[in-house]
Design a binder for this molecule. Sequence first.
Ligand code: SF4
Ligand code: SF4
Length: 293
Amino acid sequence: MNPIRGVVFNIQRCSLHDGPGIRTTVFLKGCPLGCFWCQNPESQATSAELLYDRRKCTLCGACRSACPHGAVRLVQGKPTYDRTLCRGCGRCCPVCPNEARSLSGKTMSADEVLAEVRRDVKFYRRSGGGVTLSGGEPMSQPRFSRELLGRCRQEGLHTTLDTCGAAPWARLRGVLEQADFVLLDIKHLDPAKHAAATGRDNRLILANAKRIAKLKPLRLRIPLIPGFNDDAAAIGAIAAFARNELGGPAIDLLPYNRLGEIKYDFLDREGPALLTQTDERLRELEALLGDTR
Ligand code: SF4
Ligand code: SF4
């Protein structure tokens, strides 16, 4: 029988903020939401995508010869990339002398991911860490997520699922069975504002949050997005929901990080241009969380 395979876009070793202890975080491609501020836009599509950094390109033309799909053509003597013809095969990446081209997304089996994960077992053991499945959204690849977390557990590794919660409960429950701990993103309590900013309202997410809280140790994470939810009303409402409906889990506020904005350029997409919160603003918002930290 063929092993279940998933599309992985990053494996980050020695993560310190993705669950207890020192962890390896495995990032899977695909997400059901379309948050306008997404800091990993290369994670949103389920298939592999080419990232092209024009700043590094010296127009040498090596990628044109390597591309079997005609996605790099000569226009007025210069190699020009046409994303509409790109199939994400990645053949142009290793030939680029300037590392201007890279592929986001690699199809891997659980065995291949585990081989990476095992490299840091001694750190997990010493620190109480383990493996975190993140994304994108791991629930975009539920069979692979369940398989991978289950295999980690068989090896005695602590498992964390980092999810946005936007998945049918039956599917989410199946993956949760293999998770020791859950990190859940809550972005806004107002369904209309949530839908306008992410493409989907939050009813399923909030219903799942209540279900998860009954089953698993849980920590909430709120990405702070300027003008969307970094105000007292939005954060206070989430804190009250956590206290009243979820049994008062810990909550982390994640200040907006501009590092992801350049990736939109690599994908030929229009990205956000937002300012991160000041330390003072962050302290004011953290004060609203009371003892949920
Ligand atoms: S990823 Fe493949 S299809 Fe796309 S430009 Fe490179 S070689 Fe061509
Ligand atoms: S191989 Fe690299 S440097 Fe050369 S044209 Fe292609 S992207 Fe530019």
